[in-house]
Design a protein around this ligand. Sequence first.
Ligand code: GTP
Ligand code: MG
Length: 394
Amino acid sequence: MQDYPQQVRDRLINYRQLFQKELIETELSQISTLEEKLDKTTIAIAVFGMVSRGKSSIVNALLGQKLSETGATHGITQDIAIYTWNASNKIQLQLIDTQGIDEVGGEERAAIALATAKQADLILFTIAGDMTRLEQEAIANLQKFYKPILLVFNKVDLYPDCDRLVIYQSLQSPELQKLISPEEIILVSAEPKPVKVRVQYSDGRSQEIWEPTFPDIQDLKQRILDLLNIEGKELLAMNVLLSLLEIQNSVTHRHLAKLRSATAIAAAIFITEAIGVLISPLPWLDGAISFGFNGLLALWAIGKYPTQRNYLWLMAIIAIACGTGGLGIQNEIARYIQILGAGLSIHFLFQGLMNDIDHSRASGMWGAKNLIADILRHVSSGSILQRFHQSGEI
Ligand SMILES: Nc1nc2c(ncn2[C@@H]2O[C@H](COP(=O)(O)OP(=O)(O)OP(=O)(O)O)[C@@H](O)[C@H]2O)c(=O)[nH]1
Ligand SMILES: [Mg+2]
């Protein structure tokens, strides 16, 4: 079996080394956080869904303590809350309670909840009845980001046994099976209502009392732990790679923007230099012009593309050679050599830039894409990642 977390760690370290100077501060700290996550084998599980579906109640039931506030009104949870869940001695688990995604006036909070879910390794998507259109869209959206989801059907205590069967079957309609397969659906009651029972005393008296109930959460707990035991490392590796992919995409994006600005600058430099060389009356002035222009261009490029330093030194040497080399030769020929030198150094500048972009690309040798594809190619048939197996190119 492949040690994916180790391969991902290597990729992170190499990428950081290669782009130390290119990465902005937030990206560097993101990479450090990802490394730490791999080192500590920390799995983050986000409980996500619409308001009042019982997300906080599920968090409490799994933790075995009432740490998150719950309540009948919508929008009880206003901030993300992260709890340590001591359910496994092999992996560190975090349970993340999120805000409801449809709270009236809570669009900003919904966006935070979604962003949190996208960072998580596993999502417990909570519903408490027939699935709404918004819930289906939210699941499809998360799956676009390769997020593994368990569908938690909460509040089953509210349904008589026969209704549960109907609901369970309705969740397995062909349309919904495209989103969630039957093995990914778990029925729970995280905070069941107390039940009214009639107590019959031996003296003939009887009385109705509210009997406390206990969460029915064991199936979910077991499913999560089994899943993490078998494929926790793949989920962790996948998630870290998806974050690395985002970083690599923004670095490439910046490089492309630089390339666009460099094209105009380089063209202007080349034209000015060529005109300067052609009209200058003195050979030493030709040399000075091409030496100055090419040298400046080379230094600018070396400063701007530190990852391609070796490549760009070559360009600087050409610039110097052309600037000084032309001096001893006949005036006319020297001019053309100098212009050729300018053209060549610009060519090398762009080679360096293209090389830089290639290295920063997510699909390059140290890119996240090919390892993601490798993990997806090798998932076993019962895996929660199986649904992404056919997704092809990420
Ligand atoms: N009958 C029943 N009620 C439940 C169950 N789980 C939660 N509830 C109730 O549903 C209501 C909402 O529960 P919360 O856990 O606060 O729901 P939430 O999804 O976190 O809500 P927001 O934070 O507002 O989005 C509360 O009144 C809970 O007591 C359950 O299993 N059965
Ligand atoms: Mg809540």
